[in-house]
Unconditional design. Structure first.
Length: 167
């Protein structure tokens, strides 16, 4: 073997500390896990808003082409936005309720976005959920900044109601 082809002779070559991942799908999965872990630690360190913003951006980036990885960041958002129980605020509900409590979790956000896209400007609905929908807020903020309204009406402990509208 000539010295020109021997990477060990190259002072700028840094060998990998372990096996190199060459499969793009495996690399995406590992990178997603690493980012998920980092965002959870960032949130746990008191930087929840920054972590939620980044998790929502990751969700937006991945959810269509790599839905499994996108769903990972939906879970990250749910982890980051877990909240203590709060007193319910009085509701002045608009015309339509969107109750997603009966739906499988993986279908909820898709349904909520489909319903929102169907709204006319100025219209809205009251989302009824069995957990804090704060991750959804960050997803709306990442994909539709300035285009939606969000008004918390009732925040737990067993039911959450949020009026979501189209600006």
């Amino acid at each position: 073997m000539s010295e020109a082809n021997d990477k060990s002779a190259d002072p700028t070559h840094i060998p990998a500390p372990g096996p190199t991942v060459t499969d793009p799908d495996e690399a995406l999965q590992r990178l997603s896990r690493l980012l998920d872990e980092s965002l959870r630690k960032l949130g746990d360190a008191g930087e929840n808003d920054a972590a939620c913003d980044l998790a929502a951006r990751a969700w937006t980036l991945l959810r269509h082409a790599w839905p499994r990885e996108g769903e990972r960041f939906n879970g990250t958002l749910h982890y980051l936005t877990r909240t203590p129980k709060r007193k319910a605020a009085p509701s002045t509900g608009p015309t339509k309720d969107l109750d997603v409590r009966h739906m499988p979790p993986a279908q909820r956000h898709e349904t909520i976005f489909v319903e929102w896209h169907a709204l006319e400007p100025g219209a809205g609905y009251v989302l009824i959920n069995d957990h804090d929908p704060k991750p959804l807020y960050y997803q709306f903020a990442a994909e539709h900044p300035g285009e939606f309204t969000w008004e918390e009406l009732q925040m737990g402990p067993t039911e959450w109601r949020v009026r979501i509208g189209k600006a």
